[in-house]
Design a protein around this ligand. Structure first.
Ligand code: GSH
Length: 414
């Protein structure tokens, strides 16, 4: 083995700076390449100018343990096996899977029964979460901001939700993380634990809380948006807006059965797949559904026709995260949303409804995905936001007004 090969091996895996390699050549000589690197410490010159950085130290330890003739394949195989096992262990914590490696989302624990949502209510959300985002949008469109105050949690280092004020670069227009304004807790887990009978399960957002009885009313977004749409009209400043009118209920349900498994949860099925087979199934179902939606939206302003409904809100919160998070982090790579002309315009149409943009905090969304989902992005480096997902681009004309008749234009708060 030549010194060159040996050095190349070090560089390839441990990024040894050129200066270190030069020093090594000087010390070991071209015929003594098996001499362990740590022996260099006997050389005075080495000590004189030594500022060992972490990569050269790692290289030295590797050489001491395995010698310089270790074939790269052994090291790669060892690290890969260790990393795969760790990855699988961590994935099983954040994303339980079925026998094929497909993501199996745990059911929400607190579903809303038919009893009225009474008592002073409080909403807990996190801004990265697409499920919580649905509730923020319906709350805003119905004008429930005063009737249902909100606390905005932030992701903590271990992936759970905590309350802290976060300063950012966004303008005041956009909703930001906050403290717990209802219970003064430090974490969402503490809030869940306050409920009568306690609680030790998953502490998820969104969560609707009753301040009087100190209990969780519901932690399933689809239920919460229905409560906001029709159960709190006496408290809403825009009660006339009905996002689930009786004549469209069947259509809404039909579309929800398509978009929930294939798009809303479909992106998670791609990102959390633990086998190639599970990923292939999820990604094909996702993109064939997006193709179908692209086609449908070529002649329909919203999913159920001329009126915005709850199912549009459910689709929107996934679409708005698509190019900034799912396309990259969850490997939803076949196309960017921007490449879907109708879907992108449809997304801009909804984004431009008064108050909706204020619920979209892109910095928080990107931090929430790239910094929190550690097993998918171990370096926690957050990529730059694509220009096609910036506020200015999303405010460009969408041209979809012509698809609906003016008489049925929904009543949005101006
Ligand atoms: N089916 C639930 C899903 C809620 C959910 O999974 N929320 C995530 C954030 S996107 C969460 O809070 N996860 C924290 C955890 O699992 O501990 C809904 O639609 O409300």
């Amino acid at each position: 083995m030549s010194l060159r090969t040996s050095t190349c091996f070090s560089n390839q895996f441990f990024d040894v700076p050129a200066a270190t390699n030069f020093r090594h050549r000087r010390l070991t000589g071209s015929h003594s390449i098996r001499r362990p690197c740590l022996m260099m410490s006997h050389d005075n010159n080495y000590h004189a100018d030594s500022k060992i950085n972490s990569s050269s130290l790692l290289s030295a330890v590797t050489n001491l343990l395995w010698g310089r003739s270790l074939p790269p394949g052994v090291l790669v195989t060892t690290v890969r096996t260790a990393w795969n096992s760790t990855w699988q262990l961590m994935m099983s914590q954040i994303a339980p899977s079925d026998s094929t490696g497909g993501y199996s989302r745990p059911a929400s624990k607190f579903r809303f029964s038919d009893s009225p949502a009474s008592g002073p209510l409080h909403l807990y959300v996190g801004l990265a979460c697409p499920w919580a985002h649905r509730t923020l949008i319906v709350r805003a469109l119905k004008g429930l901001e005063e009737a249902v105050p909100v606390s905005v949690a932030s992701p903590s280092d271990d992936g759970s939700w905590e309350f802290k004020r976060v300063s950012g670069v966004d303008t005041d227009r956009v909703i930001r993380p906050s403290l717990d304004n209802a219970n003064g807790c430090k974490t969402l887990k503490e809030v869940y634990k306050l409920r009568r009978g306690g609680y030790d399960g998953r502490s998820t957002v969104p969560m609707l809380w009753n301040k009087d009885s100190k209990d969780v009313i519901c932690n399933e977004s689809y239920d919460i948006i229905q409560i906001f749409n029709s159960r709190l009209n006496g408290l809403a400043s825009n009660p006339e807006l009905d996002l689930s009118p009786p004549e469209l209920k069947d259509k809404i349900e039909e579309w929800y059965k398509v978009i929930y498994p294939n798009v809303n949860n479909g992106v998670y099925r791609c990102g959390f797949a633990q086998s190639q087979e599970a990923y292939d199934t999820a990604v094909n179902e996702l993109f064939s559904t997006l193709d179908e939606l692209e086609d449908h939206l070529s002649n329909s302003r919203y999913l159920c026709g001329d009126r915005l409904t709850l199912v549009d809100i459910c689709l929107f919160t996934t679409l708005i995260r698509f190019d900034i998070a799912y396309n990259v982090l969850f490997k939803c790579t076949k196309k960017k949303l921007y490449e879907y002309h109708n879907l992108h315009a449809y997304m801009r149409d909804i984004y431009q409804i008064p108050k909706v943009a204020d619920t979209c905090n892109f910095q928080e969304i990107m931090d929430g995905y790239y910094k929190t989902l550690f097993p998918l992005n171990p370096g926690s480096i957050r990529p730059i936001i694509p220009s096609t997902s910036e506020h200015e681009t999303l405010c460009r004309p969408h041209g979809r007004e012509s698809l609906s008749s003016s008489s049925t234009t929904p009543m949005f708060v101006k």
